[in-house]
Design a protein around this ligand. Structure first.
Ligand SMILES: [Zn+2]
Length: 148
């Protein structure tokens, strides 16, 4: 785990080592997406230190830093890093719902970071564009496996 310090608070970004209990579901959801998508526990300065699970997402064409040991992430390692939530996204054209990794506005690196990522635009089910479907995500999760 390595820490990331931001104006809004702190994030603990986990590699593959055991994660805290509140990150287990998220870690399982993110596993198929590969090393760019890591579970992170955010602690906000406001809201009495509220903690929340987020996905730490690196841009596709940037090496993901080593996340075991080491000090806080450096500015270079965290460049264009964004924090995102797993949310249900419903296509406004065909009504298909998918689970996507959706960037939390204020927690991303702003427009510059957003442009470094290549979001999935539009609905894979009906082919509608983002403008029509309003479906956009950093990645779409495969359907949840059944069972425990
Ligand atoms: Zn659709």
């Amino acid at each position: 785990m390595r820490r990331f310090e931001a104006p809004w608070g702190t994030a603990e970004v986990y590699a593959a080592e055991p994660v805290p209990p509140e990150l287990r579901t998220l870690a399982r959801d993110l596993a198929p997406l590969g090393p760019r998508f890591r579970p992170a526990l955010l602690r906000f300065r406001i809201g009495e230190g509220r903690r929340a699970p987020y996905a730490a997402v690196w841009p596709p064409d940037r090496p993901v830093p080593r996340l075991t040991g080491g000090g806080p992430l450096t500015a270079g390692e965290a460049r264009d890093l964004v924090f995102a939530e797993v949310q249900r996204l419903t296509c406004r054209v065909c009504g298909t719902t998918v689970r996507g990794v959706y960037p939390g506005g204020a927690l991303g690196g702003g427009d510059r970071a957003a442009s470094a990522h290549r979001p999935v635009d539009g609905c894979a089910a009906c082919g509608s564009s983002f403008a029509a479907s309003r479906v956009q995500a950093l990645a779409v999760l495969p359907p949840a496996a059944s069972g425990p």
